[in-house]
Design a protein around this ligand. Structure first.
Ligand code: GLU
Length: 367
């Protein structure tokens, strides 16, 4: 077998508020501009939920679905070795993102620890529980997406019981958002992924659908459901829409056909700037990514704190603290939006940029 060459990146955007923090993406469409944008979003996301981190992101151009586990392991170890001097528990702390998971984090931790000569669990978050991962990290992003949707529903007087839900993307974020919202009383009526879609106005079982997706590789073909395209999903008459796939899914054209009342952004950057304006003018409540999906990095922070203290919190503690962080961040963003008469995205940035700028100017410039 010849040597394979992959291209990988780690971008560090800002560290005024603490060590760089952000996931690592394995996907064929990764490029430097995307990783830069994702790193900047992390800076503002950690500021919105007020955790002491900056922002960073990593990515490797590859298709993990077409690689064997051994190939993903070797790629991960080489990538980690190559960014060895750039990362560290007080410098830059990677985590999972699209195409990576707890196993990839275990290999990153092991490579870093082996080269250091001692165990350093706090160098990455989103690890398996056995290696110092936190209870509740796997489902944290989806839970946060759901908590934000619930708070928005309260504000507009929408009852969650029986509220209809459509989800784009059924990976970690899409699945756990659906689980959490169905538990709150919502009815999941449509899901799409890269391989197709499933639609059933009587309701889909999120767990059954996930099992089907694990077995067959897609939500498409689920028992009792009709097929549905992305385009149709975005146009559905539904209460809550969760885009949980990749960037730029809701374009201006898509936005003008959206019939949802609330959009809770599970993905990073799913809505284009032009579409965002259209949705605001239509009165759709858009909970921006840097708030809606911040539950993941929040529990990453809890994991890092537990690792540094060589401690383990019970699941109830993690969930209660996550809930507290998300509810107060939602309130801060939504109160400011009302006071200033702007969208929640604008107010989230007003808060976040303000916090980063304050930290930056108090630090001053050295040398
Ligand atoms: N990749 C996730 C995000 O975009 C999580 C990052 C983290 O936990 O550091 O927020």
């Amino acid at each position: 077998m010849g040597a394979w060459v992959f291209t990988g990146y780690r971008v560090q955007h800002n560290k005024a508020r603490g060590p760089y923090k952000g996931g690592v993406r394995y996907h064929p469409s990764v490029d430097l501009d995307e990783v830069k944008a994702l790193a900047a979003w992390m800076t503002f996301k950690t500021a919105v939920v007020d955790i002491p981190y900056g922002g960073a992101k990593g990515g490797v151009v590859c298709d993990p679905k077409r690689l064997s586990s051994g190939e993903v392991e070797r790629l991960t170890r080489r990538y980690t070795a190559m960014i060895m001097d750039e990362i560290g528990p007080f410098k830059d702390v990677p985590a999972p993102d699209v195409g990576t998971d707890a196993q990839v984090m275990a290999w990153m931790m092991d490579t870093y620890s082996s080269l250091k000569g001692y165990s350093v669990p706090e160098v990455v978050t989103g690890k398996p529980i056995a290696l110092g991962g936190s209870y509740g990290r796997e489902e944290a992003t989806g839970k946060g997406v759901a908590v934000c949707a619930r708070e928005a529903a309260k504000k507009i007087g929408l009852r969650l019981k029986g509220a209809t839900l459509a989800v784009q993307g059924y990976g970690k974020v899409g699945y756990w958002s659906a689980e959490a919202l169905v538990e709150m009383g919502c009815k999941l009526i449509a899901v799409t992924d890269a391989g197709g879609g499933a639609y059933n106005p009587k309701g889909l079982d999120p767990r059954g659908l996930k099992e089907h997706e694990r077995r067959s590789g897609s939500v498409s073909g689920y028992e009792g459901a009709e097929g549905i395209s992305n385009e149709e999903l975005f146009q559905l008459e539904c209460d809550i829409l969760v885009p949980a796939a990749l960037e730029n899914q809701i374009s201006e054209e898509v936005a003008s056909n959206v019939n949802a009342k609330i959009i809770s952004e599970g993905a990073n950057g799913p809505t284009t700037p032009g579409a965002d304006k259209i949705l605001y003018e239509k009165g759709v409540v858009v909970i921006p990514d840097i708030l809606a999906n911040a539950g993941g990095v929040t529990v990453s922070y809890f994991e890092w704190v537990q690792n540094l203290n060589r401690d383990r919190w019970p699941l109830e503690t993690v969930n209660a603290r996550l809930e507290g962080k998300m509810v107060s961040a939602f309130k801060a963003v939504s109160d400011l939006a009302e006071r200033e008469g702007v969208s929640m995205r604008t107010s989230a940035y007003m808060l976040a940029v303000g916090k980063v700028a304050e930290a930056q100017s108090q630090l001053g410039l050295f040398p």
